[in-house]
Design a protein around this ligand. Sequence first.
Ligand SMILES: [Zn+2]
Length: 240
Amino acid sequence: MENANSAILTYHSIDESNSAISTSAHDFERQMDALAGSSAAVVPLGEVRDRPGSIALTFDDGFRNFRTAAAPVLERHKFSATVFIVSGFCGNNNRWPGQCRDVPELPLMDWDEVREISSRGFSVGAHTVHHPDLRALPESEALREMADCKAEIEQQLGGTVTQFAYPYGSVPAHVRPPFELACGTRLSYLRPGADAIDLPRIDAFYLRAGPSAGSLFSARAAAYFGGRAILRNLRQWLSQ
Ligand SMILES: [Zn+2]
């Protein structure tokens, strides 16, 4: 039977720190090799909803190591990917207010580097200007964070930015993002008819001890992600 679900994978940084947002270069290469050897097609984010059984790759925050460590591996496999940029921190580092202390300080691509990866065929999406928790902002400020980021990327790169990722996966109630697609961090496969402005993703963190990237749609993987999602919801509920 054909698998009706698709999946969007979330990566952040390719580095050796073993932090919650980090994937080692070796693991990343292994995961991309596994995807290449699997029957699932790796497609651009804009196509993943229309291609059952496909996988899209996303990279949050715009780390410099996307260009140096991820892009060469992706290009070897001819895989597309979307990189979500924090426009107010381009060329700086990821120490925005509210950043978790356990996350290492890492450099972000500057605009020349963002332009370069765009010209190499990778999609550039928006991730706000300052990486705030949008749920904590008044509606007008939340909208400005999204719109100003979109405008800055469009001015720097030309073209139209249609894709967005919510910082911390926090989807603000009643605020409609000015994008065609917006990704959250809800742990789930992408099911047919998924809401285009609240797309679930599977964080690469769960591939460390869990299923192989090459068997994302197996029954074992589905059971693993389902169990992790329940634990995650429970933790969030308990911390409220
Ligand atoms: Zn982020």
